[in-house]
Write a protein that binds this ligand. Structure first.
Ligand code: B12
Length: 137
C-alpha cells in the first residue's frame, strides 16, 4: 500500500518524519516522503501523482491547526480522492488543549485518524486496524 507522508507548513522538526518513513517501510508500505516544510497542496499533488491510498501528515510545532481548516476545500478540488485515508499526528495544537476536543476538531477537518501526542507505533497499529475494518477483514 502506498503512503504519502511529510510535515505540514513551515515546520522543520524532522526526527519524527524520519522515524515514520522507516517504520512505515518496516511494515511493508511503499513510502513517498515529502519531508519537512510541506504545504497542503503539495500533499494532494503527491497523492494524485503516486496513486497513494494513505496520506499521513505530521505537525510538531502545532501549525496544522491553521492548515486543517483548508483540508476539505482543497481535497474537493482534486478528483478521485474519496477513498483516501487521511491521518494526522504529532502535536496538533500550539500549547495544550483537551485531547478529545482536538480529535473531534480534526475529524471535522476531514481526517479519519487523529493521533494527538500519540506514540508512532500505536498510531500505525490504529492505521492497520482501520484498513482491516474498512476492507471487512
Ligand atoms: C528538537 C526540537 C527542535 C529542533 C528541531 C530540529 C530538527 N530539524 O528536527 C529546533 C531547535 C530547530 C526546534 C525549533 C522549534 N521548535 Co522545537 N522542539 C524540539 C523537541 C525538543 C524535540 C522534537 C523531537 O525531535 N522529538 C523526537 C521525536 C521522535 O518525537 P516527536 O517529534 O514528539 O514525534 C513523536 C510523536 O509525536 C509521533 N508523531 C509525530 N508525527 C506523527 C504523525 C502520526 C500520523 C503519528 C501516528 C505519530 C506521530 O511520533 C514520534 C515518535 O513517537 C520538542 C520538544 C519535545 N521534547 O518533544 C520541541 C517542540 C516540538 N518545539 C516546539 C517549538 C515551539 C519550536 C519552535 C517554534 C521554537 C521557536 N520559538 O523558534 C521552533 C519551530 C521552528 C519551525 N519552523 O518549525 C514545541 C511545539 C509546541 C507546540 N506544538 O505547542 C515543542 C513541543 C517544545 C515545547 N514543549 O514547547 N525544535
Amino acid at each position: 500500500m502506498k503512503v504519502v507522508t511529510g510535515v505540514v507548513g513551515n515546520d522543520i522538526h524532522v526526527v519524527a518524519n524520519r522515524l515514520i518513513d522507516l517504520s512505515l517501510q518496516a511494515r511493508g508500505y511503499e513510502v513517498f516522503n515529502l519531508g519537512v516544510n510541506t504545504h497542503l497542496d503539495e500533499f494532494f499533488d503527491a497523492v494524485v501523482e503516486t496513486g497513494a491510498e494513505v496520506l499521513m501528515i505530521s505537525s510538531l510545532n502545532g501549525e496544522a491547526e491553521g492548515w486543517g481548516r483548508e483540508v476539505k476545500l482543497l481535497k474537493s478540488k482534486y478528483q478521485g480522492l474519496d477513498d483516501l485515508i487521511m491521518m494526522i499526528g504529532g502535536n496538533l495544537v500550539v500549547g495544550s488543549g483537551n485531547p478529545e476536543d482536538i480529535v473531534s476538531r480534526y475529524k471535522g477537518y476531514g481526517f479519519d485518524l487523529v493521533c494527538h501526542q500519540i506514540d508512532l507505533n500505536t498510531g500505525l497499529d490504529m492505521l492497520q486496524q482501520f484498513i482491516a475494518e474498512r476492507s471487512g477483514s
